[in-house]
Write a protein that binds this ligand. Structure first.
Ligand code: G3P
Ligand code: MG
Length: 246
């Protein structure tokens, strides 16, 4: 990432969620085709302890099934169609396992894993075990709105890269990182919270700033002008074109 000629990396939100069913292999594949340099995804834990890539706690919105992921087994979850709700030709898409993303995505692409589910020892063990098995410690950033989960994960694996997610702040981005009580790799603020001065201050102090989720062209241009380290977007291709013109 840091070797990239551009200052601002392209982070595909739930893959390329503007043009494919979010958080599916098809969506991540499309984001890679559009040359995203990083991918953001959300995880939940199934009843039998597997890490499932899905934004919501239930499968209702993004599959043809219904129910809580935490109460369903992998076998039940894998029967669901996770693509037709978006467009008929995506009907073969399934709810991916996190492991499948590690297999699909080349090592040089950063994977931002957003933990949506509650903390459990089983979640921690499975997540850290998969990261180790696939040799992803350098190319994974784990983020969450639940900062207590991040503190626990960082204590369990001190080399893990941590991203602080937040949608409100009453202090500068740099102070936000300092108040976490752990080493923070990146800050992931809601994009309306960023301005050039505050971003510059954080970046000059060794932090990366990855605002979410910016899709409109004028907002993407504004964010590029602040000098952010990356932008989380549903449209990686759109951001690429704007970044080249910037
Ligand atoms: O990780 C950035 C962004 O995905 C956070 O919000 O609701 O889209 O997961 P959400
Ligand atoms: Mg997310």
């Amino acid at each position: 990432m840091e070797q990239n000629a551009y200052k601002t990396i392209i982070i595909g939100h739930r893959g390329a969620a503007g043009e494919a069913p979010e958080n599916t292999l098809g969506s991540f594949q499309l984001a890679l085709e559009q040359k995203a340099e990083a991918l953001e995804l959300d995880i939940h834990e199934s009843a039998d302890g597997e890490l499932i890539v899905c934004h919501d706690a239930t499968v209702d919105r993004t599959t043809n099934g219904s129910g809580e992921i935490s109460l369903m087994t992998v076998e039940e979850l894998r029967k669901l169609d996770a693509g037709s709700w978006f467009a008929a030709h995506f009907s073969a898409e399934k709810l991916p396992l996190l492991e499948e993303i590690f297999v699909l995505v080349p090592a040089e692409i950063m994977i931002n894993i957003e933990v949506k589910c509650a903390y459990s020892d089983r979640l921690q063990q499975r997540l850290l075990q998969l990261i180790e098995q696939y040799n992803r410690l350098d190319s994974v950033v784990v983020s969450s709105f639940n900062h207590k989960i991040l503190v626990k994960l960082k204590r369990a694996e001190p080399q893990l890269k941590i991203g602080l997610l937040y949608s409100a702040n009453f202090q500068s981005h740099r102070q936000m990182a300092a108040s976490a009580g752990i080493e923070v790799y990146s800050l992931h603020p809601a994009y309306r919270l960023i301005d050039a001065e505050d971003v510059g201050d954080a970046v000059q102090n060794g932090l990366r700033v990855y605002p979410y989720t910016i899709n409109a062209e004028d907002e993407l241009k504004k964010a590029l002008a602040t000098g952010v380290s990356g932008i989380i977007t549903d449209y990686p291709g759109r951001l690429r074109a704007l970044r080249e013109a910037h």
